[in-house]
Design a protein around this ligand. Structure first.
Ligand SMILES: Cc1cc2nc3c(=O)[nH]c(=O)nc-3n(C[C@H](O)[C@H](O)[C@H](O)COP(=O)(O)O)c2cc1C
Length: 185
């Protein structure tokens, strides 16, 4: 698994994500670990042109960047989304399930070179309405998907945790050093 390359991508080639990849993502997330094996999550795969278009204004991109740099315009936007909704009756630990689920989806996609962006800055009520997500569930996260049209590189952390771009709008993402986050005993 290429974890160096499994970064956040925010601009995409306008090529659909194959049905087989979406299907494998759903199968892997179906059997992912979850607290008490409670399975409180449901998924909506958004891949019709009409619904994908309707989703675009309901997600917010790259809080660390000016809109004109961080937000994909027409011709760069994701070509599919997966929306994760959680039962209102789920146990408190279940937000960890949401994290495991989204990473399972992103990792499966990346095994097929499909890039993604995990999105929490979303208009959850509007997404719920658009996709007719059943009552008793609340939208928690969105995963935007597509074949990336830019690069993203992990760099050494210097002064700031903020990610930044070069003149071609490739991303650079500072990460803390191993010695600052890991202790062996
Ligand atoms: C829980 C979570 C929520 C996020 N929400 C958004 C979002 O709403 N919009 C966005 O553009 N990126 C979002 N991101 C992407 C982060 O900005 C990105 O993961 C971070 O900058 C590090 O980059 P990397 O994923 O390439 O390591 C989110 C990531 C996570 C894990």
């Amino acid at each position: 698994m290429d974890y160096q390359g499994m970064r956040t991508y925010r601009r995409f080639h306008q090529e659909p994500v194959p049905e087989a990849v979406l299907g494998e993502m759903m199968e892997n997330v179906r059997i992912a670990s979850c607290a008490k094996n409670d399975q409180p999550l449901i998924y909506t795969v958004v891949r019709s042109a009409e619904m994908v278009k309707a989703m675009q204004p309901l997600v917010k991109w790259a809080a660390a960047l000016p809109k004109e740099l961080g937000t994909p315009v027409e011709g760069e936007q994701p070509t599919a989304f997966v929306v994760i909704a959680k039962s209102e009756r789920a146990v408190p630990l279940s937000d960890i399930d949401v994290g495991i689920a989204v990473n399972t989806l992103a990792a499966t996609a990346w095994e097929h070179k499909v890039g993604s962006c995990i999105m929490a800055s979303i208009n959850a009520p509007k997404i719920q309405e658009l996709l007719a997500i059943p009552e008793g569930y609340k939208v928690r996260l969105v995963l935007a998907l597509g074949y990336p049209s830019h690069k993203s590189t992990v760099v050494e952390l210097k002064d700031s945790l903020d990610y930044y771009l070069d003149e071609e709008r490739n991303y650079y993402v500072p990460k803390r050093a191993l010695e600052d986050i890991v202790t062996y005993k």
